[in-house]
Design a protein around this ligand. Structure first.
Ligand SMILES: [Zn+2]
Ligand SMILES: [Zn+2]
Length: 263
């Protein structure tokens, strides 16, 4: 199993527009963050998690050759607005639609933004998407098991949390972004995963996201082999804040690649 973080930034991206971004070392490439999304290769299949506005550029920069399945954590702009660029990956599947698993709200947003793409087969190079509400436990045709759970994203939204288990290696990865809490059931689901990718906006508390303290609490109870923070604001500087983290916890950065269960 291999995951590449295509983006590790918050909804406005990093650096922040029209702002001095004081405290952030802009000469460090790891401080330039696309909107959060990730590309997972498991049992040979290419699984894309979210597609923000820089999705196309990130696919070029970090060599994403295909998308077989898509997971949309929720319908916020920073996760959904790059999905039109899945059209090329539909072409590569002979025009067959890309299955999309998401939440009820995510499905409504896909249907509202891409009404021209809701077909089993693409026509004239447009996207074709088959959005479905993600079941709690299912197996992808490639063999990878997917367990899902709804995470609170502030008082009014939920975000889809996912735990992927690769059939051939048994490697397990949890991806929990855009959450203000990690409920006990989600902790249980992710317990002892090899890799936990988790929302960690910045240090101050926030109503719709985990801050560092809450993300570290979740990391401790999940007891993952490695925990990687994502969806960070300009207030997080890679070198300065990395130095404060405990063992087995690290800041993510765009282009970061992790391999587990591979030779
Ligand atoms: Zn977001
Ligand atoms: Zn969000």
């Amino acid at each position: 199993m291999k995951i590449t973080l295509l983006g590790t930034g918050t909804s406005q991206g990093v650096p922040l527009l029209g702002h001095p971004n004081d405290g952030l070392d802009l000469s460090e490439p790891k401080n330039w963050r696309n909107r959060a999304c990730a590309h997972l290769v498991s049992d040979g299949a290419h699984i894309q998690i979210d597609a923000g506005p820089e999705f196309r550029l990130a696919c070029l920069k970090y060599n994403v050759p295909a998308v077989d399945y898509f997971f949309l954590t929720h319908g916020h702009s920073d996760h959904i607005l790059g999905m039109d660029d899945l059209r090329r990956f539909c072409d590569l599947r002979g025009g067959n639609a890309i299955p999309v698993w998401t939440t009820e709200e995510g499905k409504e947003r896909v249907e509202a933004i891409f009404p021209y793409g809701l077909h089993p087969k693409s026509t004239q190079g447009y996207i074709a998407l088959l959005p479905e509400i993600a079941p709690p436990d299912f197996t992808l045709p490639c063999g990878t098991r997917v367990q899902t759970i709804l995470l609170p994203h502030g008082p009014r939204f939920v975000s889809l949390g996912m735990v992927f288990t690769e059939k051939k290696s048994g490697a397990r990865l949890a991806y929990f972004t855009d959450c203000s809490d990690v409920p006990a059931e989600a902790i249980e689901l992710a317990r002892n995963v090899d890799i936990l990718i988790i929302d960690a906006l910045h240090r101050a508390p926030h109503p719709t996201h985990l801050n560092f303290e809450k993300a570290l609490d979740a990391a401790r109870t999940v007891c993952a082999g490695q925990t990687i923070f994502t969806h960070m604001t300009f207030r997080i500087d890679y070198a300065r804040d990395s130095a404060t983290l405990p063992e087995r916890v690290a800041l993510g950065y765009d282009g970061m690649t992790l391999r587990i269960g591979e030779e």
